[in-house]
Design a protein around this ligand. Structure first.
Ligand SMILES: Nc1nc2c(c(=O)[nH]1)N[C@H]1C(S)=C(S)[C@@H](COP(=O)(O)OP(=O)(O)OC[C@H]3O[C@@H](n4cnc5c(=O)[nH]c(N)nc54)[C@H](O)[C@@H]3O)O[C@H]1N2
Ligand SMILES: Nc1nc2c(c(=O)[nH]1)N[C@H]1C(S)=C(S)[C@@H](COP(=O)(O)OP(=O)(O)OC[C@H]3O[C@@H](n4cnc5c(=O)[nH]c(N)nc54)[C@H](O)[C@@H]3O)O[C@H]1N2
Ligand SMILES: [Mo]
Length: 679
């Protein structure tokens, strides 16, 4: 459901950079930061970094149906119709190309823009089809220097990993090329460059055409395009792609527009983050082999998890499990553990979720608060909070490489049972499958006391940390000791400084071409028929019925703010006062349908018929035709007695009204929906 870190950047940059926070704008040096459906105000240190950059002149532009907090001062807010982001982004690129503002040299050398595809189908043309003796996995460009087709390949190590580029010295690829080519086997191929195919498709999105779809004036689109490409623009690639069911294209374009600026992995551009380098001990499964925390190994079933079977490019489309619960296919699911997730406040279509939960024989919830999901649980296992764990970790979403340490500041009170979920899991595993617990985790005896658990678990963590420090000392004498001392003294330490200009100049990206891809060769070859075209384009949101314009029907969207959202903040006392459990409505809409500020209304899902009541806040911070609600900020429906926290029931949970539509390849949900408002 949630696409944290994945963000579909793999379509443009391939595997390997699709982990959490692996590619990011260089926020500190960005000159012009474009945020499409991204609020910034909430994401870890980014807000502070961007605030500092703004004092040095960085311009920030938010493109969002509602005005996020970050746009209240010193930034521009451009309202956009929900689900129209691809049309906007394609128009920016189209203007950039036609006004020659994009970096053609970068496109030629470091993207697959000059690579040949079959005209119409966009099937990548392999070099081996037209050049005798070319490797199977290489592609082809027209070289301007030699006026001939040349082989563009990758250097690979013995494991098949791409480690460099194999292309002719001084190759000067033609961007705008089309030809009829006779293949070695005699077939006639109509070929064109990716650039031509992409530019032709983007050309549909003139500012006027994009204005009709996005609701943004054509002059604004033209101005933003010129500013973006001439003032050092960088686009944020976003954090999660579950909005309208057409988001795959939006997120691919948010990454791709950065390739058109030529500032990939350059200061102020769109960069690959360095990574801390520390790997915490854990269990991994891959290629039929399991690996335990002490180096234990075993043979694991070759089966894929359900979400990967149904949504091969997704990362955790939980609702994939719903069908399996109901039908037993592709395999039956009878029990589920829910660890640290609200479920009802994250998952679109609450009724479908409730039905799936009731179809399970065993539901176990591990949480720290009495969320709605507890009503469906056979067992609720209260756990410790992450700040109570002893844990070393790499720092994600940071430009430089850093490591950090958590440790409990205080011990649990006497007589209180405080158990980490790892402890609970380990003990459940040991009782259910004693042999596996021994073979895979090195766990033979019951971890009866907190001391016993800490000796086992913290011992593994400390051993991994000691190994990391030793390796750092070996690589550079004294460096490990410095890191260890800094972590002890201040909780974190810098392990590596960002190296600029590595990807895709020296090291290839994980794409078939090793370069940034205008047309994703991987997606085109694998998913063209499933609608996840390798060529990003705009499609109308398939996630919900569009509301009738200027009626009492609206698109209902949601998002977070810096003070109240998330399953934890929902249950804190400040949220009672700071949390916003209303829905936002534009004054023009309120006047037309006769609604006063603070008035209670009924919402009804256009597709689901589900009803709910909440109060309306009339504000210019949301565009006409759209209602905004804060996620994780109300609408709790539980049978539990909540005592002083009864107020968490106020308002709505926007997921009540959602269809739960999922994009078929990546599996992102439509968290937006359409509703009717009645007084
Ligand atoms: N305080 C706080 N901070 C958090 C979190 C939290 O819960 N609370 N969660 C963390 C997590 S897990 C994440 S993923 C990040 C997320 O951080 P962001 O990626 O910045 O996401 P949101 O803050 O949810 O903002 C999403 C925005 O998208 C807008 N939107 C909705 N539909 C559309 C559309 O069709 N087009 C466009 N252009 N915009 C649309 C919404 O109005 C909203 O302003 O924040 C992290 N930080
Ligand atoms: N309407 C709407 N829906 C959304 C979003 C949105 O913006 N709007 N955002 C989407 C995004 S980006 C995300 S990431 C998801 C997030 O959806 P969730 O994963 O459901 O959200 P969190 O707030 O991270 O939930 C954390 C849960 O873990 C519990 N918890 C906290 N600490 C601990 C701990 O140490 N141990 C255990 N066991 N439990 C703990 C909290 O009480 C809470 O129940 O929601 C998605 N759904
Ligand atoms: Mo997220």
């Amino acid at each position: 459901e949630d696409k944290d870190g994945w963000t579909i950047s793999a379509e443009v940059f391939g595997k390997g950079v699709d982990g959490a926070g692996k590619v990011e704008p260089d926020y500190a040096r960005a000159k012009y930061l474009l945020c499409v459906g991204r609020t910034l105000n909430c994401a870890i240190g980014v807000a502070a970094v961007v605030a500092r950059a703004k004092t040095e002149g960085t311009k920030v532009v938010f493109v969002d149906p509602r005005m996020p907090e970050g746009a209240l001062t010193g930034s521009e807010w451009i309202p956009i119709r929900p689900g129209a982001d691809s049309a906007f982004l394609l128009s920016l690129i189209h203007i950039g190309i036609t006004e020659k503002l994009v970096d053609f040299e970068f496109l030629r050398r470091h993207t697959n823009a000059p690579y040949l595809v079959e005209t119409g189908t966009r099937r990548p043309i392999a070099a081996s089809e037209i050049i005798a003796g070319a490797p199977e996995d290489a592609f082809v460009v027209m070289d301007r220097k030699t006026a001939s087709y040349v082989v563009m390949g990758l250097k690979k190590d013995d494991k098949g990993n791409a480690v460099g580029f194999a292309e002719p010295e001084g190759v000067d690829p033609e961007l705008d090329h089309a030809a009829r080519i006779t293949a070695l086997d005699g077939r006639e191929l109509e070929a064109e460059t990716c650039f031509r195919a992409f530019a032709a498709s983007a050309a549909h999105w003139t500012p006027q055409e994009a204005a009709r779809t996005t609701g943004i004036p054509a002059e604004t689109i033209t101005r933003v395009a010129r500013e973006f490409f001439t003032q050092g623009g960088v686009a944020d690639d976003g954090w999660y792609a579950s909005r309208n069911g057409n988001d795959t294209h939006d997120f691919a374009l948010l990454s791709l527009i950065n390739a058109f600026t030529g500032r990939i992995d350059q200061p102020g551009g769109f960069v690959v983050t360095q990574g801390g380098g520390f790997k915490a001990p854990g269990v991994s499964l891959s290629g039929g082999k399991g690996k335990g925390p002490h180096g234990e190994t075993w043979t694991a079933p070759e089966k894929k998890s359900l979400d990967k079977i149904l949504y091969p490019e997704g990362s955790g489309t939980y609702s994939a499990v719903f069908e399996a619960i109901e039908t037993g296919k592709p395999y039956p699911v009878r029990a589920a553990f829910f660890t640290g997730t609200t479920m009802f406040h994250r998952e679109a279509n609450s009724a479908r979720l409730a039905k799936a939960l009731m179809g399970l024989e065993l539901v176990v919830v591990q949480d720290i608060f009495p969320h709605e999901i507890c009503d469906y649980a056979d067992y609720v296992l209260p756990c410790t909070y992450f700040l109570e764990w002893h844990e070393y970790a790499g720092v994600k979403w940071a430009l430089n490489g850093n490591v950090q340490k958590n440790d409990a500041g205080i011990a649990p009170p006497q007589g209180c049972e405080a158990r980490e979920e790892v402890w609970q899991f380990a003990e459940i595993l040991r009782r259910a499958y004693p042999d596996r617990a021994k073979e895979r985790l090195g766990l033979e005896q019951e971890l009866k006391t907190r001391e016993a658990f800490k000796a086992w678990y913290d011992g593994m963590m400390d051993a991994a940390w000691a190994k990391f420090i030793a390796a750092k000392n070996k690589a550079k004498p004294g460096d490990g000791d410095r890191i260890a001392a800094e972590v002890e003294a201040q909780g974190w330490s810098q392990t590596a400084v960002k190296k600029w200009g590595v990807y895709p100049y020296v090291k290839p990206f994980g794409t078939p071409t090793g370069k940034a891809e205008l047309i994703s060769f991987y997606f085109t070859q694998k998913y063209e028929d499933k609608g996840a075209s390798g060529l990003p384009r705009w499609v109308e949101s398939p996630g919900f019925t569009p509301p009738k314009p200027r009626s009492n029907e609206f698109v209902l969207i949601s998002g977070k703010d810096s003070s109240s959202c998330s399953g934890v903040a929902m249950w804190t006392w400040p949220t009672k006062f700071l949390g916003d459990r209303s829905i936002w409505m534009n004054p023009a809409d309120a006047e037309r349908i006769g609604i006063k500020n603070g008035q209670e209304v009924e919402l009804e899902g256009l597709d689901t018929g589900v009803k709910g009541r909440t109060t309306v806040k009339i504000t210019n911070r949301v565009m006409p035709g759209v209602l905004f609600s804060h996620g994780f900020s109300g609408g709790v429906r539980t049978k539990q007695n909540l005592g002083a926290y009864e107020w968490v029931r106020e308002g709505i949970n926007s997921h009540w009204f959602c269809t739960g539509y999922r994009e078929p390849v990546v599996g992102s949900l439509s968290n937006n929906c359409s509703v009717r408002v009645r007084v």
